[in-house]
Design a protein around this ligand. Structure first.
Ligand code: GLN
Length: 456
């Protein structure tokens, strides 16, 4: 993995920080010694894990992809990172992202643009583009990302890997730089469903440092996996699969729709019943998400004031110190979100935007609940297109936002979703991967993983 990392990184730029090989190897040797000494290490013993750079690590910089945190080293590990290390995982570096997770291409990083390993002239998706590209190019075994509106699932789709967004509250957010706290989730990338499931199992569960982390038991997600030889001819017999009608409609690439329809046929071969379900509120997700996410971020990002964290641009007046530090520290997308969010929350507009978006959120949550009463899982594309060219949507934020249509509803409803490769469309030297999104009931990650494992 280290050799591949060194070999591919000059083309891909997945990482913002990689420790010396010697440091990584020393950790691995130390684990070897402990294992030789008869110690039980854990299911991640010696597994190379990459970590998105908005997740805090005590021994490596954590910038969130923002100039305002350039050089910042947190004094602690995020709970997810701490658990990975406790179970023997070795952190091989911090991955690139859109600044503070705001974006869908990883072009919004203050530091570098990451390329898609399937075609280096294309984006890897975002905002966890570095984590997705790193797994896709086998620079690491698994990686951590964050998903506020699709940032694990859409890059998984673009890079042809598995991406898992857990139920809201399943994984502690302690040490994840807050973007939109009611939507944020730490998620997992792997090159197989089992890999993503093992990583989720490692990081899931209640944490006293995050009051919104759930006390629900963490079952052994992989216990329902059966070996390929004992699958039988209809291993998913009786499973009710709902294909969300609004996601295979106008505005979605025809190649993507064909791949999803083929996936639906594959589900039928495996013994499932597949029916189209309509979620009439589906298209309301995008405006509601962008109002709520911007509102929450405008509040969360007020902590970057040039005093408590990161870079300071000094001025004689305190207000100018704040202003200068933020003006120079934040990139344009982040500033736009702060402006939109502050506007939506302002006294005169609160009812028209923020409150209304909250009402829409309730409608969406209810409609998913109803659809999941009639179906065991819901399926859709993970994105309306495959990976597009670097620069293609850089100056058209609305076009970029529109690409999040498949994923944002899941965050608004707080549900778990698994994305896995299901086909290809033409493009690049070898075709471009298409991802299938499977949405499950809250805290039912085990079922998603079981179904995903059979499907792949
Ligand atoms: N692209 C979406 C946004 O910019 C989602 C980002 C995310 O999930 N972090 O807000």
């Amino acid at each position: 993995y280290l050799t591949r990392l060194r070999l591919t990184e000059p083309q891909l730029h997945s990482f913002l920080h990689v420790p010396d090989d010697s440091a990584v190897l020393a950790e691995a040797r130390e684990l070897d010694r402990r294992i030789d000494g008869g110690e039980e290490i854990g299911p991640l013993a010696g597994v190379f894990v990459a970590v998105k750079d908005n997740i805090c690590t005590a021994d490596m910089p954590s910038t969130g992809g923002s100039r305002i945190l350039q050089g910042y080293r947190p004094p602690f590990d995020a709970t997810a990172v701490k658990r990975v290390k406790e179970l023997g995982g070795i952190v091989v570096g911090k991955t690139n992202l859109d600044e503070f997770g705001m974006g869908s291409t990883t072009e919004g990083s203050a530091f570098q643009v990451t390329s898609n390993p399937w075609d280096v002239s294309r984006v890897p998706g975002g905002s966890s583009g570095g984590s997705a590209a790193a797994v896709s190019a086998r620079q690491c075994v698994v990686s951590l990302g964050s998903d506020t509106g699709g940032s694990v699932r859409q890059p998984a789709s673009f890079c042809g890997v598995v991406g898992l967004k857990p139920t809201y509250g399943r994984v502690s957010r302690f040490g994840l730089m807050a973007y939109a706290s009611s939507l944020d989730a730490i998620g997992c990338f792997g090159s197989s469903v089992a890999d993503a499931g093992i990583l989720l199992h490692a990081i899931a569960g209640h944490d006293k440092f995050d009051a919104t982390s759930s006390k629900q038991d963490v079952p052994n997600f992989l216990s329902h996996f059966v070996s390929e030889s004992s699958l039988g001819s209809k291993p998913l017999k009786g499973l009710r699969v709902g294909l969300i009608h609004e996601t295979i409609d106008d505005g979605v690439d025809s190649g993507v729709i064909s791949a999803i329809r083929e996936a639906a046929l594959h589900f039928e071969e495996l013994g499932c019943s597949v029916n189209e379900v309509s979620l009439p509120s589906f298209s309301l997700g995008l405006p509601a998400y962008y109002i709520l996410a911007s509102s929450e971020s405008s509040s969360n990002l007020s902590r970057y004031d040039g005093i408590r964290y990161g870079n300071q641009v000094f001025a004689d007046e305190l207000d100018s110190l704040y202003g200068n530090s933020r003006a120079q520290g934040f990139g344009s997308e982040v500033k736009m979100r702060i402006l939109m969010g502050t506007y939506a929350l302002s006294a005169g507009y609160y009812d028209a935007y923020y409150k209304r978006a909250q009402q829409v959120r309730t409608i969406i949550r209810n409609s998913f609940k109803e659809a999941l009463n009639q179906n065991d899982i819901l399926i859709s594309p993970a994105a309306p297109s495959a990976a597009y060219k670097i620069g293609e949507k850089k100056n058209d934020p609305l076009a970029m936002y529109a690409g999040d249509i498949m994923t944002v509803n899941v965050n608004l409803a707080g549900l778990p979703a698994l994305v896995l490769p299901c086909g290809f469309v033409d493009g690049g030297p070898a075709g471009l991967p298409v991802g299938l999104q499977m949405i499950g009931a809250a805290f039912d990650e085990g079922e998603l993983l079981r179904v995903g494992h059979v499907f792949e």
